[in-house]
Write a protein that binds this ligand. Sequence first.
Ligand SMILES: NC(=O)c1ccc[n+]([C@@H]2O[C@H](COP(=O)([O-])OP(=O)(O)OC[C@H]3O[C@@H](n4cnc5c(N)ncnc54)[C@H](OP(=O)(O)O)[C@@H]3O)[C@@H](O)[C@H]2O)c1
Length: 334
Amino acid sequence: MIEPIYSPDQERYNKGMKYRRCGKSGILLPEISLGLWHNFGDVNTLSNSQAMAHYAFDQGITHFDLANNYGPSFGSAEETFGLIMKKSFSPYRDELFISTKAGHEMWPGLYGEWGSRKSLMASLDQSLKRMNLDYVDIFYSHRYDPNTPLEETLQTLVDIVRQGKALYVGISKYPKEAAAFAYNYLEQRDVHCLLYQGRYNLLNREPEEEGILQQARENGTGFIAFSPLAQGLLTNRYLNGIPEDSRMAQNKFLKKEVLTDSILRKIKALNNLATKRGQTLAEMALAWVLKDEMVTSVIIGASSVSQLSDNLKATANTSFSKEEQEAIHHILRK
Ligand SMILES: NC(=O)c1ccc[n+]([C@@H]2O[C@H](COP(=O)([O-])OP(=O)(O)OC[C@H]3O[C@@H](n4cnc5c(N)ncnc54)[C@H](OP(=O)(O)O)[C@@H]3O)[C@@H](O)[C@H]2O)c1
């Protein structure tokens, strides 16, 4: 037998990762999932992307979150993941929960984005090819499309499940009213909406304020939080300036103007509180999102194995005393 290049840690399910049930479903997901939005594109080194994916799986992370246009360039994160699938993960396919999405700008012309049947069907076929997969575990409508009848988008999700190209479906960033319609439409066709994916972190509490968390729970749908570190703001990355190799230095998805004096003061105060809790700011920020049982998992991004390793420690303490919660409230209100 040819020796596999990668053999995962035999103890991967005994490394301390905790798993939560995804709404009312048979699926358990790790409290920390890995997102491939950044650092897995063709501008990145394959060896670092591969090292992070291997490390994640070795630590009990079973869920990898992708989308058609992650890179840069568009599609290249899926291609990188496809290589990792082929070289390392294919024997473990049934231990993995892999997502992709369509809805944002992907290819030129009239059908490369939004929520038409034409666009979603074509995009998923492309994603499967790039990732070397026969099916994804969950396929998301990546954003609400105000110009396509919601029935068209949702019926496409139903048909994708019927075709066996995705086992489950989800929605991302849908306004509350559209989410209610989606939950109901899908349920009536015996396709349960497994996950709502939304931005949720200490600096952005919309899912909580708008009742998206509660609504998902009432529907038996899990909630999975993206950008739980506010793209790195809620870490030690920017406490003393903008490092050259950071996401903010690229000034694209995380703009330099976000780092105002007021935000910096908040981040520093949060960092002091984290130190008192015996955590890094990143650990505390993730713990804060996970303190709520309505959250199934946080999808983190990372640019190195050491960041991943720091972030995984967050799950050791996800409870906050009343005083700590008040202190956070006070810091964020200022
Ligand atoms: N549904 C949607 O519309 C949507 C939108 C956005 C994201 N997502 C998903 O959510 C995932 C995560 O999003 P995100 O990358 O914005 O998440 P994030 O976890 O908020 O930010 C990740 C960035 O924070 C920095 N970081 C992480 N851990 C650190 C640590 N321990 N110490 C210092 N810095 C640290 C790194 O920045 P540097 O690169 O600067 O080192 C890393 O790239 C994506 O990959 C994607 O799967 C979904």
